[in-house]
Design a protein around this ligand. Structure first.
Ligand code: SAM
Length: 360
């Protein structure tokens, strides 16, 4: 196309509107990154517990430096998160905003996920090198990853485990009550498994994960809770081939970033006893980009995929399927592994995740 033709078709109003969109994106990104700091420092909870207050009073209650807290509050005010009364120089977090930004928030604490945005910045230099070389990264390269996953697990899995998630696998609660062998593959800090071990004292629970620091933390948590029916072991599940050991296997968000997800699923099937059940949670996006235009927080999920799930799989010499590998691929891998029955579920309160119940 000649420059003249291109100029004729150039839509200036669309370009100007897009400039506004980019500006809004930059603002939102800045607010999200700062939300992460507020979450880590407990500032949202402090704000939620206080009446409209000055930055000095808020900093004092949070035991933080006022100058930094005041600047952070300015981000939250201009970002529409915190209300500000200029006459009184008073800041206030409305209850309706606290409902999704505080620890134990009734609508789920979305500030937890702001940490994923902040981490994109922390990883930028390493990721630029990955783009240039095609190489991957190690879990150890990510500061606070397992802490972030533990918080995520507390909200998306542990909070719903007994009421909504285990009932997806019909009959499993009765078997857990009677006493069975359970494995959580890629257990991280093990919150979900610890919750099950507490609820079902007659059953025995094993958690495997690649990362020694996460396993150490999980064992320490189980020890403090005085649980004797659970053990966590550092184990690379690449080439996993235990046979006929478990009645129930779970994996929570732990298949797509493995070196070889299909081989892992095959291995987990082999580790199940006859009549055993595999409950697999993963991200519920589609394998097709065009199906994810309206998927909740799709851009954030693709960003996490690009910055974490894809590089950690590539770093193990793996396929790098990414966070948005798609429920279609997950389902076909379960079928390919030879499970005669594979059910797919989406929980009404949690459209971001997909749950598969596969029976041996
Ligand atoms: C997204 S995290 C999920 C952790 C945990 N299931 C949760 O929900 O908090 C994925 C986990 O898979 C583990 N993982 C990745 N590759 C692994 C491998 N080859 N062997 C064992 N674990 C692995 C990671 O260490 C990480 O803890």
């Amino acid at each position: 196309m000649s420059l003249a033709a291109e100029t004729q078709t150039f839509d200036m109003s669309a370009a100007e509107a897009f400039t506004g969109q980019v500006g809004a994106t930059l603002n939102s990104g800045a607010v999200a990154a700062m939300m992460s700091i507020g979450h880590r420092l407990g500032l949202f909870n402090v704000l939620a517990e206080m009446p409209p207050s000055t930055s000095g009073a808020i900093a004092e209650r949070a035991e933080l430096a006022e100058r930094y807290v005041r600047e952070w509050l300015a981000v939250m005010v201009t970002g529409g998160v915190v209300k500000y009364d200029p006459a009184k120089k008073a800041y206030h977090l409305p209850a309706e905003h606290a409902a999704c930004l505080t620890h134990g928030a009734p609508l789920g604490n979305l500030a937890v996920y702001a940490q994923a945005v902040a981490q994109l910045g922390q990883m930028q230099e390493m990721l630029i090198t990955c783009f240039e070389t095609g190489e991957g990264l190690r879990y150890d390269d990510y500061p606070c990853f397992h802490q972030f996953m533990e918080e995520d697990s507390g909200q998306t899995v542990v909070a719903q485990l007994v009421d909504a998630i285990l009932p997806l696998a019909e009959g499993i609660e009765e078997r857990l009550e009677a006493g069975i062998e359970v494995l959580d593959a890629g257990c991280g800090r093990g919150r979900a498994l610890i919750e099950m071990a507490r609820h079902f004292p007659a059953s025995r629970f094993t958690g495997y994960d690649l990362c020694g620091d996460a396993i150490e933390y999980a064992n320490e948590t189980a020890r403090k809770a005085a649980l004797t029916n659970i053990r966590f072991k550092q184990r690379d599940l690449t080439g996993y081939d235990e046979k006929n050991r478990f009645d129930f296997i779970t994996s929570f968000d732990a298949v797509h970033d493995q070196k070889d997800p299909q081989a892992l699923i095959r291995g987990l099937k082999g580790a199940l006893k006859p009549g055993g059940v595999y409950l697999m949670q993963d991200i519920g996006g589609s394998a097709r980009l065009e199906n994810n235009f309206d998927f909740p927080m799709a851009s954030l999920l693709y960003a996490v995929s690009c910055a974490h799930c894809t590089p950690v799989s590539l770093g193990q010499g793996g396929l790098g399927l990414g966070t948005m590998w798609g429920w279609e691929m997950a389902k076909s891998m379960l079928e390919e592994a030879g499970f005669p029955s594979v059910e797919k579920h989406v929980l009404p309160h949690d459209p971001m995740n997909v749950w598969f119940v596969a029976r041996n």
